[in-house]
Write a protein of this length. Sequence first.
Length: 297
Amino acid sequence: MSSGFAGSIVALVTPMVESGGLDFAAWDRLLDWHASAGTDGIVVCGTTGESPTVTAAEAGELIRRARARLRGRLPLIAGTGTNSTATSIERARQAQESGADALLVVTPYYNKPTQEGLWRHFTAIADAVSIPIILYNVPGRTGVDMQPDTVIRLAAHPRIVAIKEATGSVARARELVGRLEGRMDVLGGEDACAAESMLAGACGVISVTANVAPAAMHELTVVARRGDGARTRELDARLQPLHRALFVEANPIPVKWAVEHLGLIGGALRLPLTRLSAAAEPVVREALRALDIPCAA
């Protein structure tokens, strides 16, 4: 079974103005750029989109505007996970009503549920909606690691169709691909190991790097899914410095600076995030220029 969510799916930044509001003109520019640049799907209000500080009303408006702007050109996935099951259900239903094609639901952060708690949490959310759900496991951010046994158990739910696996472990991705046997798709969750994860059977990546190198990330996913190991590793080696540079400070600080310097958005973030430090700017700038990505001074 294929979920239909594959290739280079961008974890899209959320453009903001200095006064704190959302920049919808820049939002339209970003969506049009990705639709024409090879991106295979859009994640709205993921972690890279500053989901912790985007309100429910704002998230609904971003999804509605993206639905209208994209006009079906790309799959639209909404990040709706929180560390409250009831709130996550509310956000999931709102995203569905606003026009999302699928939901990306992160493991509950900070409160560290058991594996049984994770299974009940995701099952309750999946039972509450009628669109597909992509699980999101990112223990470095949440403090909880959803184990393969729990993922296998959740794969029995008809609406849980994929997992974004962001442990940074190719071995974990390989294990999941082997044990799931096609019942659920595996998507890479970290750009730095996405190529090897795809060679191990993952069907794509939910990517931060695709915010600034959408064509290159799309090409990487095409070659990797074809199984061309030599060409995949060649392309990946060129992208690795950019992958690293975009995490020189906490995501999405570096990538938002990079998208700003591509001329697509302003540089505003919401506290507690702050602008990229002066010391880190040359690291990101040089990584962009090494790939011939235009970067304003």
